[in-house]
Design a protein around this ligand. Sequence first.
Ligand SMILES: Nc1ncnc2c1ncn2[C@@H]1O[C@H](COP(=O)(O)OP(=O)(O)O)[C@@H](O)[C@H]1O
Ligand SMILES: [Mg+2]
Length: 262
Amino acid sequence: MTTLVLCRGAVVKTIAAAAADPYFTAMLAGAGEVRRYAGVLRDAGVPLPGDLAVTDGACGTEVRHTWIPGPTLLELPGWRSPEFLAAVTSIARWVRALEHTGARLDANLANFVIPDQGNLTCIDVLPPLLTSLRPAETGPWEQVIGGLCFDADITLCALAGYAARHLLGVLDPGPAATGIIASVLRICPGHLRPGSLAARWFHSRLQAARLAAAGQVPAAEAQTLLAVTSVRALQAAPRAARRQHAEAALAVMASALDRRAT
Ligand SMILES: Nc1ncnc2c1ncn2[C@@H]1O[C@H](COP(=O)(O)OP(=O)(O)O)[C@@H](O)[C@H]1O
Ligand SMILES: [Mg+2]
C-alpha cells in the first residue's frame, strides 16, 4: 500500500492514492497532520526513527527516515521469544496510553524493528491513524479494519492473536511455549461490544490460538483457521461477496471451536 524507496540509506515512503483502497485514501493527510500524529505517538512513549521527516511531496505526503538494520517482530526467531514478549507488551502499553488521545497505533508486528543497536522502533506512520479522520464503515471489511485501526480493545485483541500466531510458528510445542503464548493472549482486555463483527472476528482467532497452545487443536489446523479469518482475504473478496465471506469464515471458526469446547 505504501510505496517504499531506498535512497542512500534513507527510506522514503508515500501512499499511492491510485493503488490504495478507498478506505485508506480517505485517511490521507497532509505533512502537518502526519507530523502532529508522530508527535502524539512520541508523547505516548512510542519510539520513532530519530530523523523522521515529513514533507508535502509531488506524489503526496512523504515520510523519510534512515533504514534501521535489524529484524521486524515478525522475523524474530523462537530463541528470541523473551524479547518478542517484552516488545509486544510495550506495544500493548502504547496502545492503551494512546486510547485517550486522538491518535492510534498500527500494531502490525511488521511495523516494529528491533535494531541491531538500540531499542524497539516503530517504523510506520502512514497513513496516520487519527480518530478525526476515521472513515465511514460501509461494509464488513471496513468494520473489521476500522475496529483494528481505531478501537483499542480490537487492536489489543488482534495484537494478541498476531503475536500468538507468530509464537505458534516459531516455538516447539511444550509447556514453555504454552506459558509464553498464554501471556500474549492475556493482552486482549475483553470487548465492550462482543457482538460486533470486529470483536467476533479477532476474538475467534484468539480462541483458536489458545486451543492450539493448549494442544487441543493441531498447530497446522490452527494456522488454517487463522488463514480463514485473514483480514487480507476478506479484503480480497469481491465487495458484494464480503458479507457472505465474513459470515462463512466465522461459521468455520465457531464450528471448529465448539467441537473442542464440548
Ligand atoms: N526504517 C526502516 N528500517 C528497517 N526496515 C524498514 C524501515 N522502514 C520500513 N522497513 C521495512 O519495510 C516494511 C514495510 O514498511 P511500512 O512502512 O510498514 O509499509 P507498509 O505498512 O505499507 O507495508 C516493514 O515491515 C519493514 O520490514
Ligand atoms: Mg506497515
